[in-house]
Ligand binder design. Structure first.
Ligand code: SAH
Length: 364
């Protein structure tokens, strides 16, 4: 009986990773992250994504409905700038719980012409989240694509992605004793997952002036996604809005982190059970988008961007209608914009390509 039961026990993701490493050698941090997030049977997003106050991490659309509503107003403005085309593909990348899209579509009712032009697409890798999004957004009949590649090519495109790029891993390089090493994930003497150092791959472009101990992250996956979006904008016309935590200037720093129940945890402790992220390299993303054909805005902070879109005024209007919520709304504004909360660490990058340029960039 015990033997028969044991035959059905699937090895854990940690065990499978250990076996993989024993066979093929240590994994890069980017490979490790992709497996932990997207392994079809045990990956975090594939099986147990937990967003929101009760979950592992909280995002701006979960903090306040005003976030998605203002993005809705931005989308209307972009659509007008594009010449109000009769059909526009509005695609959200990694919609999570569907909160942003739902708030955006509510704001879209302010412009019925826009609303009737919109074809809502959701780019989502996780089947669990696709099901949640389909239910929450059923009134808007969303269509799903697993990849950006699968979005329609025959209409202008408005792309929105909040905390999407941070899911694409980076390789990490460490400066030690005057030399560069790649940090990889291998096994310790007891066969458990452990960080180790290996020689960097050939062709590694070492940054200059790195102090001892510096960590340098490189994310070809982030820049590839950015380039793909930009190519689409250049070919179809449209705009993209990418919001994420990350750096506005090239810099060193180890930003690989795991979050579980709002606590930072060891990223190697329980693969597949925590959300893994890295900071977005906005200068690299902006450069990739520029090279692929779109015009790119300056990188601005989330606080400045939301203020330029009228967050404060929106909160005041809502507070007048619902004085009982005034305190809550004030706290939400603070959370989204204060420099010591989400206002400064989060950055906004807009890319645009269209027939006219009535500056939908909102440079503060
Ligand atoms: N935008 C939401 C959720 C952020 S979490 C919010 O702000 O609340 C990241 C989202 O991106 C999840 O929906 C996750 O399943 C999705 N995702 C991560 N990597 C992806 C990939 N490679 N392709 C498509 N979706 C991905």
């Amino acid at each position: 009986m015990a033997v028969a039961e044991a035959a059905h026990v699937r090895p854990s993701l940690a065990d499978r990773l250990a076996r993989m490493i024993a066979q093929d050698g240590p994994l890069s941090q980017a490979e490790y992250m992709a497996i932990c997030l997207h392994d079809p049977s045990d990956g975090y997003y594939a099986t147990r994504p937990a967003l929101g106050a009760e979950g592992d991490f909280i995002t701006s659309p979960e903090v306040s409905q005003m976030f998605g509503e203002l993005i809705g107003l931005w989308a209307i403005e972009v659509w007008r700038a594009l010449g109000a085309p009769p059909r526009v593909v509005l695609a959200e990348l990694g919609p999570g719980s569907g909160a942003l899209a739902s708030d955006l579509m509510r704001a879209a009712r302010l412009d019925l012409e826009f609303l009737s032009a919109v074809e809502l697409w959701l780019v989502e890798a996780s089947p669990v989240l696709q099901a949640r999004q389909a239910q929450r957004l059923s009134a808007h009949a969303p269509r799903f694509a697993a990849r950006i590649d699968d979005l329609p090519q025959d209409a202008p495109l408005i792309v929105v992605g909040n905390e999407f790029l941070d899911c694409f891993g980076a390789r990490a390089f460490v400066r030690r004793e005057g030399r560069w090493h790649e940090r990889r994930i291998g096994l310790d003497e007891d066969g458990r997952l452990a960080f180790g150092l290996a020689p960097p791959p050939s062709g590694f472009e070492a940054p200059e002036d790195a102090p001892e101990g510096a960590v340098f992250e490189v994310s070809p996956a982030q820049t590839a996604v950015a380039a793909m979006i930009s190519q689409r904008l250049a070919a179809q016309g449209g705009a993209s809005l990418l919001i994420d935590y990350g750096r506005a200037e090239p810099d060193f720093g180890d930003t690989f982190q795991a979050l579980r129940a709002h606590q930072k945890v060891d990223p190697l402790a329980a693969p597949g059970c925590a959300d893994l992220t890295i900071h977005v390299d906005f200068p690299g993303v902006a450069e990739a988008m520029r090279a692929a054909g779109a015009d790119v805005s300056p990188i601005v902070t989330q606080g400045a961007w939301l203020e330029s879109l009228g967050l404060q005024q929106r909160a005041e209007v809502l507070s007048r209608a619902r004085p009982d919520l005034a305190d809550t709304l004030r706290r939400q504004v603070e959370r989204l914009t204060a420099p010591d909360q989400m206002g400064a660490l989060f950055k906004v990058l807009v890319a645009y390509r269209g027939p006219s340029d009535p500056s939908p960039m909102h440079e503060p």
